[in-house]
Design a protein around this ligand. Sequence first.
Ligand SMILES: Nc1nc2c(ncn2[C@@H]2O[C@H](COP(=O)(O)OP(=O)(O)OP(=O)(O)O)[C@@H](O)[C@H]2O)c(=O)[nH]1
Ligand SMILES: [Mg+2]
Length: 385
Amino acid sequence: MGIALCKPERDAAAKNRQIETQIRIENQANKRKIKMLLLGISDSGKSTIVKQMRVNYCNGFNETEVVNAIFLIRNNIIDAFKHISLLILDSHIIKSDTEKVLLKLFAFESQKIEMMQEVDELRLINSIRVLECISVFFEHYSYHPMIPDNIHYFFPHLERIAVSEYMPTVEDLIHMRQTTLGVHEISFDYQTQTIRLIDVGGQKTERRKWIHFFEGVTAVMFVCSLSSFNQATEQEPNNAFAWETSLNKVQNKILVRSTGKAKQRPGMVNRLDESVDLFTSIRENNFLKSSNFMLFLNKIDLLGKKLETIQFVNHFPAYEQWITNDNSVQSVAEFIESMFREGLDADQKIYAHLTQATITTNIEYTFGLCCDVIFNKNIETLSLE
Ligand SMILES: Nc1nc2c(ncn2[C@@H]2O[C@H](COP(=O)(O)OP(=O)(O)OP(=O)(O)O)[C@@H](O)[C@H]2O)c(=O)[nH]1
Ligand SMILES: [Mg+2]
């Protein structure tokens, strides 16, 4: 005989059943959705792609996000001037004593500037943007690896941005940089399907969270910044792929590629090398064996700008042996793509695309191409079952 429950207990049990049913319904619905995962190292452009999806297929950005963006964009600008000031102070660029005072303020007390009253913050941004040494810097060192990519967009717009009545445009929001922490998901309808698009943080400390989202992934969209070829990060103790060894039983391999590796710098890891190594380890992950792999070779615009003054071969000596080693965007992009394809089995297909994630139509077009492949494959799989 069952134990009789009093009314509050009966209500609680009914509520629990209701929640469980709801979760089951949602899980079933999620299974019917196409799950896409955006992966890649930090700053490659994953969240920028999500923003473009929101512009194209959701309702764009809400009022709160736009207001928050005012502060985030100004912080992006202050952060960029911090790095620029440090470089100028350390360089031969001529600067007057008054210029030095302002440069030192941005270089060493940028956090203080961010905490100031808006009127003071704007005054300082407007004072630094017109300095002679700043224009010299942009003329000669504009694509220095320490400079955040989005300052190339924001610098010419500073007169519009550094005013108290500033309201960010959609384009400003696309270029705004906010490091992703945790995992974020958007869901939207595309043609006849519902897509779940999952964005993760690319920093090393964030990567251990990724594995929890590897089940049932239809497509991995791996994003790599082509312009990262001259950027480096500090080497960390060898535990970056701890999630892989503990959860997926894949051996941590020393990855050797014949195509190319960056010139070694003690204690530093080239960001393009880091990206290729990460891609290889993800490609070998058992959970993702049946997923489609889309490679977004992103920031093609910045690659072009950098190659105007930087010789790619100086960073990747193996490029000397490449079929065409003429420092053109096309040739360098092909070489980089080959680095990602190194060691692929004959039956492992990777669909690579050159992208500029800051251009809405470019991402709309590329996403369309990815979906054509995914949907057609789905039809093939269904007809085989
Ligand atoms: N010029 C240019 N800038 C880009 C492009 N794609 C992204 N960016 C900029 O690069 C910066 C980093 O982009 P995010 O999308 O935040 O990078 P992420 O991969 O999400 O980085 P994490 O969240 O740290 O993993 C932003 O300021 C973007 O505006 C591109 O194709 N061209
Ligand atoms: Mg992000």
